[in-house]
Every structure is written in C-alpha cells, then in structure tokens.
Design a protein around this ligand. Structure first.
Ligand code: MG
Length: 158
C-alpha cells in the first residue's frame, strides 16, 4: 500500500539567528525565527511524512510550548517521526522538496541537504530531491523576510 503526504513550512528571517536547512548550516546574515532551529525544509519533510500517515502535524508531536524542543535539531524531530513510521510498517519511497529563499543561493548546499535527509529517512540519495527557488524579488521570500519550503513524500507499507 502506498501513501502520499505533503508538507509546507514558513519561517520569518531575522538577524542574529543561524540559517539551517535540511540540517545544513547555510552561511547567511539572517536565520529562521522559531522555537526549534527553524529548519523549514526539515519541517516540511516531517509534515509530509506525518501527513502520509494521517498522524497530524509537527506542532501536534513537538509543540512549541514544550521546552524539550527549544532550539531542537529538526533532523532529530524528523528521526523521531521516522521511528513512528517504521513502527507503523512504513518505509519512504521518495521525497521531492523545494526551498524558497531569496539569498544566499543554495546550490552549493543542496547535495549535503539531500545526504542528511536521505540518512535520516533511510533511503538512497537518488530518492531525495531538493530544489531551490528565489522569490524573484516579490512577496515575503523575495524581500528576504522569509524562508519557505514544500515537500511531498511517498510512503510504502511493507
Ligand atoms: Mg517550522
């Protein structure tokens, strides 16, 4: 049986915060605001896995009112969701994700993001796609005020 899930996430960008995407530290003068490490890509992938299982969303599992998740490494949150997926008998078939960020350009970081996500998801590199787009100077992404990410995940029950 196959199940598909979609995830989306937005974080406001602010000075003095590290920018983390897919578990990779991206060199930037601004980073995501948030309770955890504000890793929008990992959050979107996590929500997609949860969505495929009809298991709610990241806020249900890791509420921002819980001090345990303060500055949490979001790849570790994804790893916890993957334990749940395995418990339910699911494996990841593939992931496709897009990060929307005006600057810096993410191309130099994409391979490392794919590798980190593939490792946590227990799939090969050829099963994790990460794409990067700018906001073309438009909207909150384009103005450099936000980072957003979308992800779609296919799970198979084995
Ligand atoms: Mg988030």
């Amino acid at each position: 049986m196959f199940r598909i899930g979609i995830g989306h996430d937005t974080h406001r960008l602010t000075e003095g915060r590290p920018l983390v995407l897919g578990g990779v530290a991206v060199e930037s003068d601004r980073g995501g605001e948030g309770h955890s490490d504000a890793d929008a890509l990992s959050h979107a992938v996590t929500d997609a896995v949860l969505g495929a299982m009809c298991e709610g969303d990241i806020g249900v599992h890791f509420p921002d009112s819980d001090p345990r998740w303060k500055n949490a490494d979001s790849l570790q949150l994804l790893a916890r969701v993957m334990w749940l997926a395995r418990e339910r008998g699911f494996r990841v078939v593939n992931v496709d994700a897009t990060v929307h960020l005006e600057r810096p350009r993410l191309r130099p970081y994409i391979e490392e993001m794919r590798a980190k996500l593939a490792d946590v998801l227990s799939v090969g590199l050829d099963c994790v796609s990460v794409k990067a787009k700018t906001g073309e100077g438009l909207d909150a992404v384009g103005e450099g005020l936000a980072v957003t990410a979308q992800a779609i995940v296919l799970l198979e029950r084995i």
